[in-house]
Design a protein around this ligand. Structure first.
Ligand SMILES: [Zn+2]
Length: 359
């Protein structure tokens, strides 16, 4: 049988959506019997993964991608698999409310039932693609302002301009994705094509409404952005205790494969590394007292302790700025209120400034 991913996924060396050379093969990867991951190298901003679980008479899609073109390419690659088993996609589970995991929802057939947590649905309602389109002019304005010699905060302005330029790698105009038909809190067991799937809420952590899908028959966990592999995670919501608890819950399932939202599939080793990163960062932030997030994040990323750990080689170390700031803002808070647009822009600016300082 021909390898369908060879024709349709991004191969090593080919350009990723952000224009880098791919450092690992993308496309469809069979992680267990009739159980697939769709990978987008290099796992950076918007370079998100998805999943396909082929059953008898129906299949489950886990997440769509950030825009229509990326989603169409993926669905076309998946079609031979669902057609061969006469098992069209019947259910779509969105792991959380960040656009790179659901803006492509319009690409699935109207009859497909979409499921997510209540909290993810709230985020989706608050952050439709039109929001990014409305915010798009901020980047160029920041870029112009950053050239004014006497203006303070120029690295932050350059950071915002760079982030905005990266968004330009995707097409958000005209996207009108469907939000979930079925929403849950806690957990929900479903059956798709005679395969049992357990949906388990894990947030608020990465976002307000994170959840994972566990397939007992294949021992595969699709965990969305609770796991990044080879890429520094980013905590927009918190508290960090929830993220750590979610990783412990995933480890407790004893999965054979864990498909995260960004980077190649992993397993117990990758889950343990992410757990170690968050517990280490939680301790460092507590020990640092009231040191500012920007300075503290830079000190930590430059430390020999950081370099010696697995995260010393993860991409996007500047995300530790956001993680430090959110740990400071949410420690001891059970359900932090969702980030406002201004606060999010401030974090993105701080992250960009740190990236610049780190070179
Ligand atoms: Zn993501």
């Amino acid at each position: 049988m021909e390898d369908s991913s060879a024709a349709t996924g991004t191969r090593i060396g080919q350009p990723t959506p952000l224009g880098e050379a791919a450092s690992f093969d993308g496309g469809l990867v069979e992680v267990a019997d009739r159980t697939w991951a769709w990978l987008q190298p290099n796992g950076g901003l918007g370079e998100s993964n998805a999943g396909l679980v082929v059953g008898r008479g129906g299949s489950l899609l886990v997440d769509t991608l950030w825009d229509a073109a990326l989603t169409t390419r993926m669905l076309e690659a998946m079609a031979p698999l669902t057609e061969a088993s006469d098992a069209p996609i019947a259910t779509l589970f969105n792991t959380h409310g960040d656009g790179d995991h659901w803006y492509g929802n319009a690409g699935v057939a109207p009859g497909v039932e979409i499921i997510a947590t209540e909290a993810a649905n709230e985020q989706m309602r608050a952050e439709p693609p039109a929001l990014l389109t409305r915010l798009a002019p901020i980047g160029p304005v920041a870029g112009v302002a950053a050239r004014l010699p006497l203006l303070p905060g120029r690295p932050q302005l350059r950071g915002m301009a760079a982030f905005s330029a990266a968004l330009g790698s995707y097409e958000f105009n005209g996207l009108e994705p469907r939000r979930p038909d079925l929403r849950f809190t806690g957990s929900l067991a479903i059956e798709v094509g005679a395969r049992r799937v357990e949906l388990i809420e894990a947030g608020p952590a990465h976002t307000p409404g994170d959840a994972i899908a566990w397939l007992p028959d294949a021992r595969v966990a699709y965990v969305g952005d609770i796991l990044f592999n080879g890429v520094t995670p980013i905590m927009w919501a918190g508290p960090v205790d929830n993220w750590i608890a979610a990783l412990e819950r995933i480890a407790g399932l004893d999965p054979a494969v864990v498909v995260g939202g960004h980077g190649p599939p992993g397993g117990a080793t990758e889950v343990a590394a992410m757990h170690a990163y968050w517990t280490w960062l939680r301790e460092e932030v507590a020990a640092a007292g009231d040191e500012g997030a920007g300075r503290l994040a830079e000190r930590l990323v430059r430390s020999s302790a950081y370099a010696a750990e697995p995260w010393g080689v993860w991409r996007n170390p500047e995300r530790t700025h956001v993680n430090v700031a959110r740990i400071q803002a949410t420690s001891g808070v059970a359900a932090p209120k969702p980030l406002g647009t201004v606060e999010r822009i401030r974090l993105i600016a701080g992250m960009g400034a740190l990236a610049e300082r780190l070179g």
